[in-house]
Design a protein around this ligand. Structure first.
Ligand code: FES
Ligand code: FES
Length: 158
């Protein structure tokens, strides 16, 4: 039996009928066209499908759409500023050349947004631990850590 679920994605309200068991990654990618959300492992191991739900990163491949009822979701499509400029975390990823094939990038960026939102001065090792839920097959991680370190530092500037 279909269930009506209401939630907000990237500032826009949605009310959609979902099948029991429908996964959030499929709702976002297939029904809402938000293809920054990637489907990698489908078992909660790689972080490619990460989205922010009420400010916390969640792997949408192991999250039922109906659990998102009345929640605020953010994907990379919703990160740009009102003037259409890039989010500081996106800029940091470009400046540090932290992207190769890009498949893992949206997930890392959303986790970086959550990290920056903590308003703490994390060490490199702490950043390494905080991104441990994400796998990247291309970059060797160093530039990604550089980018997050840069975004954290920038966020502390007056
Ligand atoms: S696709 Fe969801 S964690 Fe890998
Ligand atoms: S840039 Fe290719 S998987 Fe990370």
């Amino acid at each position: 039996m279909l269930k009506i679920v209401e939630f907000n994605v990237n500032g826009k309200d949605y009310e959609i009928a979902v099948n029991p068991g429908e996964l959030l990654v499929d709702t976002l990618r297939i029904r809402l066209g938000l293809t920054s959300v990637k489907k990698g492992c489908s078992v909660g191991e790689c972080g490619a499908c990460a989205v922010l739900i009420d400010g916390v990163v969640v792997n949408s491949c192991i999250y039922l759409t109906e659990w998102a009822e009345h929640k605020q979701l953010i994907t990379v499509e919703g990160l740009r500023n009102k003037d259409n400029s890039l989010h500081p975390v996106q800029k940091a990823f470009i400046e540090e050349a932290a992207v190769q094939c890009g498949f893992c990038t949206p997930g890392f960026i959303l986790t970086a947004v959550e990290i920056v939102g903590h308003r703490k001065n994390y060490t490199r090792d702490e950043i390494r631990r905080l991104i441990s839920g994400h796998l990247c097959r291309c970059t060797g991680y160093e530039n990604i850590i550089n980018a997050i370190e840069r975004a954290v530092k920038e966020s502390h500037k007056p």
